[in-house]
Design a protein around this ligand. Structure first.
Ligand code: FCB
Length: 458
C-alpha cells in the first residue's frame, strides 16, 4: 500500500513531453528543420503518414497546458527544447522568438509552482548537422556542447534542472542501425560511433552548463530495460548479456564508471575504433553528474536464435541473432510487456555503479487505444493500472533505500509518437487532434487523487 504521504515531501511528481511530439509550429519564429522534420516526410517512415508540424499546438497552447498540469497537482514538468527553435540552422545565433517561447513556458510553470526540467536533446538534431555527418562525426559533440552553453546562459535563471540527452540508445541504434528513427540510416555497428559521440557531447555539455551556471543540476536520461534470459542455458544467458550490454551497460558504464564494457565493444566488432579515440574522451564522458534519469517501460526476455531473415536492419548490430521471447505477460498497445518489478531492477542496476547518485524516473507510461464516451469522458483503466503499479514500485524503491527523487509520467497528453505518428496515445490527457480539445482521462484523475492523498497506489 503506498500513498503520497509515504513519499518525501520534496519528491518530484511530474509529467513529461518532448518538443517535436507536442509543440507543432514547425516553421514559426525562425525554427528550421531537424532530422525529424525531414524523416517524417520520407514515404513509409511514419505509420500513419503524419508529421509533427501541428502535433498538440503546445507552442500556442502552453498556458492552457500549464493550467492542466496545475489541475493534476503535479509539481514538476519535463519538457525538451527544440535545438533549431532556439538556434535556427544549428548555428550560434539565438532566435529571440524561440527563446521567448521557452522563457514564457518556464515562467508559466514557475508561476504555478511547477519546477521545469529541461531536456536539451530529445532527438531533434538540426538538419545541417546531419548533412555534415550527424552523430557519426565528432564535431557534432562540440556543436551540442555549444548549444547547451547558450541554452544555460539564456534560460538558466529560470531553469536549474537540465537533462543533456534523452535516450542516446535510441538516437544511436534506432537512428543509425535499424533506421526506424531519424535520420533513418543503416550503418550497422557504426551506430556505436554515434553512441560515443552522443556521450561525448553529453560530457562536454555538462562542463559547458557548469561553466555558465555553477548552481545548475545536470543529468542524463537513459532508457534502461530489465533483461533476463529465457532459460539458464549458456546460449540464452549469453543473449541476455549481449542485450543488457548494448541497451544498458554501453551507456551506464562510460557515464558512471568511466569505461566502456569491453565485451560489448567486442560483440559489436568495434573495439579497435573505440581504442583509437582520444584517451581524454573517457574522462569527459564520465564528468560528474547530479542525477541520473531513467526511462523505464518494459522488460526483455532473451534467447539465442537464428538471425532474422526478413532483411530488416537490426537495432542490435553484432547480436542480430538474439530472439525476444513472448512470455505471455500482458502488453500495452505498443506490444511492450507490463512488468513493474523491472523498474526496481533497472534502478538497482544503475544504483550499483554510483551509490550516492540521485535517481529520477524521467519517463514511464503506457499506450492504449482510448475512446471518447458519448458523455465526453475518457476511461482508461489499463493506463490507470499501469500507473498505479509503477508508482507503487517507486514506493518500494524508496523502501529499499534507493535514492529516488522523482517520477515523471509519460506523457502529460497524447502526442506525436515518432514512427507511429498519431496512432499511439500515451497521455493522461486525451487530445482531439481535429479540435485540439484536451480532456483529462481517468488515469489523470487517478493521479490527481493520488497526489491529493485521496487514493492509494495499490
Ligand atoms: C520514449 C521516448 C518518448 C516517447 C516514449 C513512449 O522512448 O523518449 O519520447 O516516445 O518512449
Amino acid at each position: 500500500m503506498s500513498t503520497r504521504a509515504g513519499f518525501p515531501a520534496d519528491f518530484a511528481w511530474g509529467t513529461a513531453t518532448a518538443a517535436y511530439q507536442v509543440e507543432g509550429a514547425a516553421a514559426e519564429g525562425g525554427r528550421t528543420p531537424s532530422i525529424w522534420d525531414t524523416f517524417a516526410r520520407v514515404p513509409g517512415a511514419i505509420a500513419d503518414g503524419t508529421t509533427g508540424d501541428v502535433a498538440d499546438e503546445h507552442y500556442r497552447r502552453f498556458i492552457e497546458d500549464a493550467d492542466l498540469m496545475a489541475s493534476l497537482g503535479v509539481n514538476s514538468y519535463r519538457f525538451s527544447i527544440s535545438w533549431t527553435r532556439l538556434l535556427p540552422n544549428g548555428g550560434d545565433t539565438v532566435s529571440q522568438e524561440g527563446l521567448a517561447f521557452y522563457r514564457a513556458l518556464a515562467s508559466a510553470l514557475l508561476e504555478r509552482g511547477i519546477r521545469p526540467y529541461a531536456t536539451l536533446y530529445h532527438w531533434d538534431l538540426p538538419q545541417e548537422l546531419e548533412d555534415a555527418g550527424g552523430w557519426l562525426v565528432r564535431d557534432t559533440a562540440d556543436a551540442f556542447a555549444g548549444y547547451a552553453r547558450i541554452a544555460a546562459r539564456e534560460l538558466g535563471d529560470l531553469v536549474t534542472d537540465w537533462i543533456t540527452l534523452n535516450e542516446p540508445w535510441c538516437s544511436a541504434f534506432l537512428g543509425y542501425a535499424s533506421g526506424v528513427h531519424a535520420p533513418g540510416r543503416r550503418t550497422g555497428s557504426k551506430a556505436s560511433h554515434a553512441a560515443h559521440h552522443l556521450l561525448l557531447g553529453h560530457g562536454k555539455a555538462v562542463a559547458a552548463i557548469r561553466e555558465e551556471r555553477p548552481e545548475a543540476s545536470v543529468g542524463i536520461t537513459l532508457n534502461l530495460y530489465s533483461i533476463r534470459p529465457a532459460s539458464e542455458s549458456e546460449a540464452d544467458v549469453d543473449a541476455a548479456r549481449r542485450i543488457d550490454g548494448l541497451q544498458n551497460r554501453l551507456f551506464l558504464e562510460p557515464v558512471l564508471a568511466g569505461e566502456y564494457p569491453v565485451d560489448v565493444l567486442d560483440d559489436l566488432g568495434e573495439r579497435a575504433w573505440f581504442e583509437e579515440q582520444p584517451a581524454s574522451d573517457a574522462l569527459e564522458i564520465a564528468a560528474p553528474i547530479d542525477f541520473l534519469g531513467v526511462n523505464y517501460y518494459s522488460r526483455h526476455t532473451t534467447a539465442a536464435g537464428a538471425a532474422d531473415a526478413s532483411g530488416a536492419a537490426s537495432a542490435n548490430p553484432g547480436s542480430e541473432s538474439v530472439r525476444f521471447v513472448d512470455t505471455g505477460a500482458d502488453r500495452t498497445q505498443m506490444g511492450w510487456e507490463i512488468h513493474p518489478d523491472g523498474l526496481l531492477d533497472v534502478l538497482e542496476q544503475a544504483h550499483a555503479y554510483a551509490p550516492e547518485l540521485p535517481l529520477y524516473v524521467t519517463e514511464n507510461g503506457s499506450a492504449y487505444a482510448d475512446t471518447v464516451a458519448p458523455d465526453g469522458s475518457v476511461d482508461d483503466p489499463g493506463r490507470t493500472e499501469y500507473l498505479r503499479l509503477h508508482v507503487d514500485a517507486c514506493a518500494e524503491a524508496l523502501h529499499r533505500g534507493l535514492p529516488l527523487r522523482g517520477y515523471f509520467c509519460w506523457s502529460l497528453m497524447d502526442n506525436w509518437e515518432w514512427a507511429f505518428g498519431l496512432s499511439r496515445r500515451f497521455g493522461l490527457v486525451y487530445v482531439d487532434y481535429e479540435t485540439q480539445k484536451r480532456t483529462v482521462k481517468s488515469s489523470g484523475e487517478w493521479l490527481r487523487e493520488f497526489l491529493t492523498g485521496a487514493v492509494e497506489a495499490v
